[in-house]
Design a protein around this ligand. Sequence first.
Ligand SMILES: Nc1ncnc2c1ncn2[C@@H]1O[C@H](COP(=O)(O)OS(=O)(=O)O)[C@@H](OP(=O)(O)O)[C@H]1O
Ligand SMILES: [Mg+2]
Ligand SMILES: [Mg+2]
Ligand SMILES: [Mg+2]
Length: 317
Amino acid sequence: MELQVAKQAVRTASKLAHTVAQHHISSISKSDQSPVTVADFGAQAVIISALKQAFPGDPVVGEEDAAALRADDTLANKVWALVKEAAPHDKNLSERTNLFAAIDAGNYAGSAKGRQWALDPIDGTKGFLRGGQYAVCLALIVDSRVELGVIGCPNLGPRGGLFSAVRGKGAFWEPLFEESTPEKISFRHIESTKDATFCESVESGHSALDTQLKIAQSLGISNPPVQMDSQAKYCSLAKGDADIYLRLPVRMDYEEKIWDHAAGNILITEAGGVVTDMNGNLLDFGKGRTLKDNKGVIAAAKSIHSDVLKAVQKALL
Ligand SMILES: Nc1ncnc2c1ncn2[C@@H]1O[C@H](COP(=O)(O)OS(=O)(=O)O)[C@@H](OP(=O)(O)O)[C@H]1O
Ligand SMILES: [Mg+2]
Ligand SMILES: [Mg+2]
Ligand SMILES: [Mg+2]
């Protein structure tokens, strides 16, 4: 039930974003200087509305809020038109006033106990703006642990990708905009770290790419890294296109957001990988809206994760 609802909602939101991407996209700048677009707001509205219909009692930790729309009627009308086109029969979104409430329902502060959804309506908004990779990411967290994750990647591969994982059930790929049987995916088998390929951030402000280069060298890696925005990085590892994703903090005061990692986290573990922080601890999704207790992210195949962790710790001594 949860999986079907999450997949349908991510498909609808991905279609909305993909439609916006066919035209010139403008963005507004949030208080942290990061960009947000009409597609981020629209995708958050349709996903939260679908969740509230199926699971009215479940809280949602979503990235966006409706403040900018409440203050700008033209912007609100644009988002409303997208939402009506993407989800014309949604009863929770029958009037424009419902739009703000749906988006603002993502304001949950997070908790260590019980169910909560983590939603990144568009992850990699910068990638979205440059026509690169971006991802619609939704995860169900129960008692601080991710139980289900769904990621829509409109630009990953010729048919896009809908990635999904449920704890204990494996990781799957299917084309994003067609109905077809999901295919099981997994990490590729590699014997040694020297054969590995990194998948890394595009933004040097999001991850210490210079340090990562040194770590790659210390692991004997000569393959050039693959750079892409968003949780499409986790998807690439899970389907065996790359082997290591490092996200090493550039600023020690930055706390990673749970919606930037939750769906990718279970996709990795269900595809045969391991995710820890740079101290080797599992990510704790029960500390609020951020991963307060973790610094850095290391995702890799089970067979090489401990070697990668050692190399990271040596490089940061
Ligand atoms: N300083 C800093 N450090 C780490 N992460 C940050 C930082 N600033 C922003 N963000 C978050 O990065 C999210 C995008 O990450 P990506 O992996 O797509 O970025 S990139 O590959 O580095 O370009 C991006 O998510 P979206 O806003 O959903 O695009 C942000 O939540
Ligand atoms: Mg994000
Ligand atoms: Mg986002
Ligand atoms: Mg953002």
